[in-house]
Design a protein around this ligand. Structure first.
Ligand code: PLP
Length: 397
């Protein structure tokens, strides 16, 4: 017998659960891309895309995933021979740096490890030493999806200002947009990169690069035609928004996802829901950890993302638990990405719970309930009271 039949739940940190409303909006034949409803819809969507990032900056939409958006952002402002400072708090900033390196950009990495947020003071001190202004951009992730860390982007801007350095602040919000509070303008972010398949609840395939005036003024003259954001942010023809044929169905899906965000009460309401559900999960993880090996990767709750939580469970228990809850409970957890421990080079002692986008209290309680069943079934020691603790957080919210 298996208890996994019924609606499955993909609780990995992206792609996230696609709402039925988004799928249904996409379920039609392609519309005209030269005039009419689609053209009007995209024009009207730009203000909503600005609102979710709390910015007046322009946004370029690309037919790509996060990696493509990384490359687009890099190419528009960084030229071969430029130097970028990469702030590593897990896996993703380093990958962005690798993409820059392939473009001929020199990379300097500051590694803050895998269990804590970046330290703005360290960055301030490094920039203060760059008196010749060699560093053109500082690259950081808002949320690192491998470690579950949430970086203090406002603090980073303050540190950059304090150093008197005028490098661009470029931030990857691929995991965090639509989950964790992010204020592009108030926090002084120059370039922000996002993608459709996480907090924005739309299938993978759209990448977004937001760029303020300062960033646009630093256009790299050598940018390739396809990644150039100039036409895309101020197009004379609809065709130019996308460098060719529009991604018709993704746009229809994204429109519906943005409608859902607006109906919920706007981005602040979405942040509050993610906050309550993340805290419910953390309360459960704390309880289980008190009687066994489970531990959240980021010990300081103030540095934890509301989009994803990474955990260690020791031995090969992360992989065992994932397999059990998927086979027996219909819940798919995330692998331990880029994490390893002595005796566990593949990171099988780790797992991640994605809690981004289209999730509600019953999905969170269901996922936690099945995890508890897995801990029992696999004889993995764990403390009591986890589900009650999670329920109390939800009740109080
Ligand atoms: C998912 C993710 C990426 C990569 O996005 P892809 O669409 O897989 O290319 C980059 N950065 C962060 C923080 C992510 O969460």
């Amino acid at each position: 017998m298996s208890l996994s039949f019924g609606r499955e739940y993909l609780a990995i940190p992206g792609p996230s659960v696609t709402p039925d409303r988004v799928l249904n909006a996409m379920h039609r034949t392609a519309p005209n891309i030269y005039e009419g409803a689609l053209v009007d819809m995209v024009d009207a969507m730009i203000p909503d895309l600005r609102a979710v990032a709390r910015t007046k900056a322009d946004v370029a939409i690309y037919i790509t995933n996060g990696h493509g958006a990384w490359e687009a952002a890099a190419m528009n402002v960084l030229a071969p021979g430029d130097t970028a400072l990469v702030l590593s708090t897990g896996r993703f900033a380093g990958l962005w740096g690798m993409i820059c390196e392939r473009l001929g950009v020199k990379i300097e990495v500051i590694d803050f490890g895998t269990a804590q947020a970046l330290d703005p003071e360290v960055v301030r001190a490094r920039l203060a030493r760059d008196t010749g202004g060699k560093i053109k951009a500082v690259l950081a992730v808002h949320v690192d999806t491998a470690t579950g860390v949430l970086n203090d982007i406002a603090g980073m801007r303050a540190a950059m200002d304090a150093s008197g350095h005028d490098a661009l602040l470029m931030v990857d919000c691929i995991a965090s947009l639509g989950c964790d509070r992010f204020e592009m303008d108030a926090w002084g972010v120059d370039v922000m990169v996002a993608a459709s398949q996480k907090g924005l609840m739309t299938p993978p395939g759209l990448g977004f690069v937001y760029a303020n005036d300062k960033a646009q003024a630093r256009q790299n003259a050598g940018v390739s035609f396809y990644w150039d954001w100039r036409n895309r942010v101020k197009p004379e023809m609809f065709y130019q928004y996308f460098g060719g044929t529009a991604p018709t169905h993704h746009l229809l899906g994204l429109r519906e996802a943005l409608n859902m965000i607006l109906e919920e009460g706007g981005i602040e309401a979405v942040w509050r829901r993610h906050d309550a559900l993340a805290r419910a999960a953390w309360a459960a993880f704390e309880c289980w950890g008190q009687g066994g090996p489970m531990a959240m990767n980021i010990p300081d709750a103030a540095q934890r993302s509301r989009a994803v939580t990474a955990l260690s469970l020791g031995d090969r228990n992360g992989a065992r638990l994932r397999r059990w809850v998927e086979t027996n409970g219909g819940v798919t957890l995330g692998i331990g990405l880029g994490m390893s421990a002595p005796g566990d080079p593949k990171g099988e002692g780790f797992f991640r719970l994605g809690h981004m986008g289209h999730i509600n209290a019953h999905m969170m309680m269901g996922a936690l309930g099945v995890i508890e069943a897995g801990l029992v079934a696999l004889d993995i020691p764990h403390g009591p009271g986890a589900l009650g603790a999670a329920a109390r957080v939800i009740a109080q919210a």
